[in-house]
Design a protein around this ligand. Structure first.
Ligand SMILES: Nc1ncnc2c1ncn2[C@@H]1O[C@H](COP(=O)(O)OP(=O)(O)OP(=O)(O)O)[C@@H](O)[C@H]1O
Ligand SMILES: [Mg+2]
Length: 237
């Protein structure tokens, strides 16, 4: 592969309160890579993303980002360092317009300039948002809201995006569109992605490497291409 390491999660153990959910998690992301993370409901995928973003403090283990130990850094520091988390739940501001949501995201950046050019970049990736820029975000369709959520991240030009189930609640055709844009952002801007996705076929197609989780542990790491060659996938879990 030859790319530089961007993120390395080592022996991570984490959970909620005293309840341990993750056991000995190891996961790496190279610069510009799309890494898939799949597994049954409750396997610990979202908990893994939250730990990478610093929303949970690990019991043990390390999160190394750009060669530096980020294990105990709060989310705001990770955000400034170029990590962006798009949670499974909707997080956009319904009472603000599309453009105001994008402004909110941009103006919470520590280093900010060129809002207009960043905005037009987002509108280029998501033409549908251009037409709806003055519409209240609460009135957008599910797919449009998802695009706005990704657009808010894109505006910050992160190095690593953690996307939690971009397909949830979307019609297959709409999701194909969102998946295509995630791929275009990755190719066009070199943004690395950790993609949690229930639609395994799409995850395999998009990802250079895929991790499979079960009951809080990593049980497999394989290339997306190899996984696509398989006849059956049920036996993966
Ligand atoms: N805030 C919380 N407090 C306590 N337990 C939690 C909390 N959030 C998640 N859990 C538990 O942690 C385990 C892993 O949950 P997680 O959300 O990481 O799974 P997931 O793989 O993302 O599942 P899904 O595919 O359903 O989104 C589950 O057993 C869940 O009940
Ligand atoms: Mg989840």
């Amino acid at each position: 592969m030859g790319q530089r390491m961007l993120l390395e999660v080592k022996n991570l153990e984490a959970g909620y309160g005293k309840k341990q959910i993750l056991y000995d998690i190891a996961l790496s992301v190279h610069e510009g890579e799309i890494v898939g993370l799949i597994g049954h409901n409750g396997a610990g995928k979202s908990t893994t993303l939250k730990s990478i973003f610093g929303l949970l403090t690990p019991f043990r283990g390390q999160v190394v980002y750009e060669g530096q130990d980020f294990t105990l850094q709060p989310p705001a520091v990770r955000l400034d360092a170029g990590i962006y988390h798009i949670p499974q739940e909707d997080f956009i501001f319904s009472d603000l317009t599309v453009k105001e949501n994008l402004e909110m995201s941009f103006f919470t950046m520590r280093e900010r300039s060129n809002f207009e050019s960043r905005l037009s970049e987002v509108y280029t990736f998501f033409p549908v948002l251009t037409n709806r820029r003055n519409q209240l975000a609460g009135t957008l369709s599910g797919g449009e809201r998802r695009m706005l959520g990704i657009g808010m991240g894109l505006l910050r030009r992160p190095k690593l995006v953690l996307v939690d189930e971009p397909s949830s609640g979307l019609a297959p055709v709409t999701f194909q569109n969102v998946a295509k844009i995630i791929q275009e952002i990755n190719t066009g801007l070199g943004t690395a992605v950790v993609l949690v996705e229930q639609n395994v076929k799409v995850a395999f197609k998009l990802s250079q490497r895929v991790y499979v989780m079960k009951a809080g542990r990593m049980i497999l790491e394989e290339t997306g291409a190899k996984l696509l060659e398989r006849k059956e996938w049920w036996d993966l879990f």
